[in-house]
Design a protein around this ligand. Structure first.
Ligand code: PLP
Length: 370
């Protein structure tokens, strides 16, 4: 939980865990609970997992038998991409856990708006006939929603399967697997106030599947190993805590932030503002101030935001997402990501704006009004 004097605005990296989730996990950890044991403890754990599986299935309009728990979004994406023999095509703005699985993947282009170029994608898919196409539901850096169901019509017509990384969509949008028409759908708990290290891959019953872990018969023989019982309990609890009113509250705070920022620093630019975006995400460019400078100055004021990508060296690199959108380098190098969530308050936004004003050196010229 962020401390009281800090402002956490990096929910797309990981959301603070919800108190109800901690309680549900603590309860699940009280008892020895191997769901494969046939005694009463084991059967109780099995019942609990199956109830949670139902919660996850309901959240995306799938059947419980289609839900395979994983160690998170990365594993879900890896399994989906590795399950289908044959060529794959993926968008250039995917998370590294999709981008770095198949080095022979064809990259589908994204327009400057931040959205997949559907006409180009269709031409490529018709020409190359991939066996699997992967497109995320919403981008983690810009929040831009992607045309997944339109793409599904194209993949269906070409006989390709569709994988959708819905990690950033869950809890912020309605995620309906059938409306999207996805064959594989990836989810992760820690983006919605659940624990890290647990997620799910929703797999249609009739599509190819290659298990990543071999051993016991857990997860319908699809993923061997004793289940993460407490993680699964926390995942379901986090899903149950999501509400439409929370999403709308967050959207209103995001709008407040954007309006005040653009008033205070008219040269600032909201990346992807021309298209529909996640309600909690702002990719904000302040031309002339490098992203790492913004990040460090905000951090000194106790405000946690992020830039697109951090290299393993700890240096800040230009985001592959902004590069794929073909944004001018000066803009890409001055963009930070601010992402809000269940615990964000109006006070947090005011604190951010105070710090932003200092950063822009514009307090005296245009005092911020919220
Ligand atoms: N996909 C997207 C779009 C993400 O934003 C992330 C996390 O940053 C992942 C996948 C990976 O999820 P996890 O951290 O659960 O492995």
């Amino acid at each position: 939980m962020p401390s009281l004097d800090q402002v956490y605005l990096d929910y797309n990296a990981t959301a603070p865990i919800r108190p109800g989730v901690v309680a549900a996990m603590a309860e699940a950890m009280q008892l020895p609970s191997n769901p494969s044991s046939v005694h009463g403890f084991g059967r109780a754990a099995r019942r609990m997992i199956e109830r949670c599986r139902q919660v996850v299935a309901d959240a995306v309009g799938a059947r419980p038998g289609e839900v395979m728990f994983t160690s998170g979004g990365t594993e879900a994406n890896n399994i989906a991409l590795g399950s289908v023999p044959g060529p794959v095509a993926i968008s250039g703005i995917e998370h590294p856990s999709v981008l770095n699985v198949r080095h022979d993947a064809t990259i589908l282009p994204v327009a400057e708006s931040g959205v997949l170029d559907l006409d180009e994608a269709q031409a490529i898919i018709e020409r190359e006939c991939p066996a699997l196409v992967s497109l995320m539901l919403a981008n983690n850096e810009t929040g831009c929603l992607q045309p997944v169901s339109e793409l599904a019509k194209i993949t269906r017509a070409c006989g390709a399967l569709l994988h959708v990384d819905a990690v950033q969509g869950l809890g912020k949008l309605t995620v309906d697997r059938d409306a999207i028409d996805a064959d594989y759908l990836s989810l992760s708990a820690h983006k919605i106030g659940g624990p890290q290290g647990i997620g799910a891959l929703i797999v249609r019953e009739d599509v190819p599947f290659r298990p990543a872990l071999m051993g016991g018969a857990q997860e319908n023989r699809r993923r061997a190993g004793t289940e993460n019982v407490a993680g699964i309990a926390g995942f379901a609890e986090a899903i149950e805590a999501i509400s439409a009113s929370e999403i709308e509250r967050v959207r209103a705070l995001r709008e407040l932030l954007e309006k005040a920022v653009l008033h205070c620093t008219p040269s600032a630019r909201v990346i992807g503002s021309a298209v529909e975006r996640l309600p909690n995400t702002v990719a904000l460019a302040l031309p002339g101030v490098r992203h790492e400078t913004q990040l460090m100055r905000l951090d000194l004021d106790g405000i946690a935001v992020s830039t697109g990508s951090a290299c393993s060296s700890g240096k800040v690199a230009v985001s592959h997402v902004l590069r794929a959108m073909d944004l001018p380098v000066e803009l890409a190098e001055s963009t930070i990501r601010i992402s809000l969530g269940w615990q964000t308050s109006e006070d947090d936004i005011k604190r951010f704006l105070e710090s932003w004003s200092k950063l822009a050196g514009l307090v005296s010229r245009a005092p911020i009004t919220t």
